[in-house]
Design a protein around this ligand. Sequence first.
Ligand code: ZN
Length: 139
Amino acid sequence: MKSHRKELWFNIPQRRGFKNITYDVQKEVSESGIKEGLVLVNAMHITASVFINDDESGLHQDFERWLEELAPEKPYSKYLHNRTGEDNGDAHIKRTIMGREVVVAITNGQLDFGPWEQIFYGEFDGKRKKRVLIKIIGE
Ligand code: ZN
């Protein structure tokens, strides 16, 4: 079995944002030389997510609105966590809702997606450097 590991670094300039990382993941699959296997992609921070969905118009604004309804950023006093002096209680919850990682099958050297599936990085406490782990196993 072969394996391949890569960290992707991001610095999202706003507190929240979504970034399509499908191309970056496929690039690592291609560089790994692995034709049949699995790729794990996970956020390495507890205030960011990796998830799969479509890149359709409006969808990311809908996610943003829905997450703000469920776990609004403000008032900061809403969260017990923020009594530690942090202000990111909402970001921890948003990360848990949107998920830590995805696993995608690799078939014939390609990401074996369903229709319209793409991989996204979701940032909920940005304006700093954060990273995503890509781990590929197979042969
Ligand atoms: Zn925190």
